[in-house]
Design a binder for this molecule. Structure first.
Ligand code: EPZ
Length: 422
């Protein structure tokens, strides 16, 4: 198992190119199941989760190859085993996004029910409800979700809201399945995340008829078939946000490219309010900080609100602000595994229900810490950049799921991170 040894404090300076979005690539890879033939996904990031999705698709009968230029080529001509195996699905919850495409393509899909997760309970009831509304018969068998629709799916008006807002992968599943359903599907309370917009744009390039893209009301007119596509995914707004915090927490200056700042208004607004300078450029932004960090009260929300996937990273930053801040988690109320670890680095964080009171300190002090989930781990790396001494982050494989060699990128702009095998 790899660990990171991080020397701090450092001041980052230079340029970083943001990679392709993990959370856009995963449902788009799954959506290639809808179009028998060859598709190419450009700018797909080299990540552990992408490799898991490739393995999952191969298990169904697809051919998946990473080309020398980084593109992923997927040939879905022969999908002869519509079963997402437990051994693969248990490694990544996002595996659930093959359910809709597989059902629409084969009239049958069997996907192991995702289990527990470090960021809290993550039910898939809304995915199942939506596909049932499209006419699928679904039952659980030996821990597997078994969905059948031998006569195809039929369009319908479907409300996809849940107790914590809409569902991103649930929207991806229903949207993808509805492209091949008979007639019109209207998804109300669809997730509006840029990754869903990217999926919808990709599906339209494959021949789907989707309108209302980017809004909570998606209208899908079913078509008979989709065709393979060459599609470039968007830049990863969560990686971009993580690098913005990296510049801010080290009082540094980073120029980010391949980053759509307009899709990050809530993050930009929050960072500016706490004293970070963000200047938009043609292909990204320049992020810097020279003054003190101010406090903020932030609540995570569905897009366009502040993303849960940047909550932990923001907490690392506010841990160094001048006063008290409150961070409230409205998407995954238990997503606070990083709190106790950051407190080991002399942060002063106190959990109160779905909120954390962040009492700012003058400095963080290095310590050995444990990565728990992807974003919590990224937050510990950020804290390590600012902390005095050598921070050791254990279980780095969590970070490798969602950040392309984060240590190489950060070292190129002044970090001192060593990856070691233990
Ligand atoms: C996606 O997960 C992302 N994953 C997550 O990214 C992200 O944190 C999350 O959206 C929220 O933005 C991918 O895109 C691969 P949800 P998803 O369904 O779709 C509840 C990362 O770090 N809910 O939008 O699984 C659910 O419990 C991650 O990259 C139901 O109640 O999340 C949560 O409270 C991890 N029933 C809320 O909805 C359902 O059937 C939103 O979850 C589905 C969800």
């Amino acid at each position: 198992m790899d660990i990171f040894s991080i020397e701090g404090p450092v001041k980052l300076s230079g340029g970083l190119r943001v990679s392709g979005s993990k959370n856009a690539t995963l449902p788009i890879m799954a959506a290639t199941l809808l179009a028998p033939g060859r598709s190419v996904i450009k700018q797909s990031p080299r990540l552990a989760d992408i490799a898991v999705m490739a393995l999952l698709l191969k298990g169904l009968g697809a051919e998946v190859n990473r080309e020398d230029n980084g593109d992923i080529a997927i040939d879905t001509s022969n999908i002869d085993n519509p079963v997402g195996e437990y051994d693969i699905v248990r490694r990544m919850r996002a595996s659930i996004c093959i359910l809709g495409p597989l059902l629409a393509r084969c009239g049958r899909a069997e996907v192991s029910m995702p289990g527990g997760c470090a960021i809290g309970d993550r039910p898939v009831d809304i995915h199942i409800r939506g596909l049932t509304e499209l006419g699928a018969k679904i039952h659980l068998d030996n821990g597997n979700i078994v969905a059948v629709a031998p006569n195809g799916l039929t369009g319908k008006r479907i409300f996809l809201g849940g107790p914590f807002g809409s569902t991103v992968l649930g929207t991806a599943n229903i949207l993808s399945a509805a492209t091949l359903a008979k007639g019109r599907t209207i998804i109300e309370s669809a997730a509006c995340e840029p990754e869903i917009t990217d999926l919808a744009n990709c599906l339209n390039e494959m021949g789907a008829k989707i309108s209302g893209i980017g809004s909570p009301r998606l209208v899908i007119d079913g078509v008979d078939r989709l065709s393979g596509v060459e599609y470039k995914v968007i830049g990863d707004r969560i990686e971009a946000g993580t690098f913005m915090v990296a510049a801010a927490i080290t009082s540094g200056r980073l120029e980010l490219t391949n980053c759509d700042v307009e899709a990050m208004s809530a993050v930009v607004d929050c960072l500016e309010r706490i004293g970070v300078d963000i200047e938009a450029t043609e292909d990204g932004c320049i992020v810097s900080r020279s003054g003190e960090l101010k406090t903020a009260d932030i609540t995570t929300q569905p897009y366009p609100g502040f993303p849960t996937d940047l909550q932990a990273q923001l907490m690392a930053l506010l841990a160094l602000a001048d006063g008290n801040s409150v961070i409230t988690e409205k998407i995954f109320p238990d997503r606070f595994m990083h709190v106790a670890e950051m407190n080991r680095m002399a942060a002063r964080l106190r959990k109160e229900g779905p909120s954390v009171i962040v009492a700012g300190v003058d400095k963080l002090i290095a310590a050995p810490v444990m990565a728990s989930d992807l974003r919590a781990s990224a937050a510990l790396v950020l804290a390590g950049l600012a902390a005095e001494g050598t921070t050791v982050v254990n279980r780095v494989y969590h970070i490798d799921r969602g950040y392309e060699r984060i240590e190489r990128k950060l070292n190129a702009v002044g970090a001192k991170i060593t990856r070691k095998r233990q």
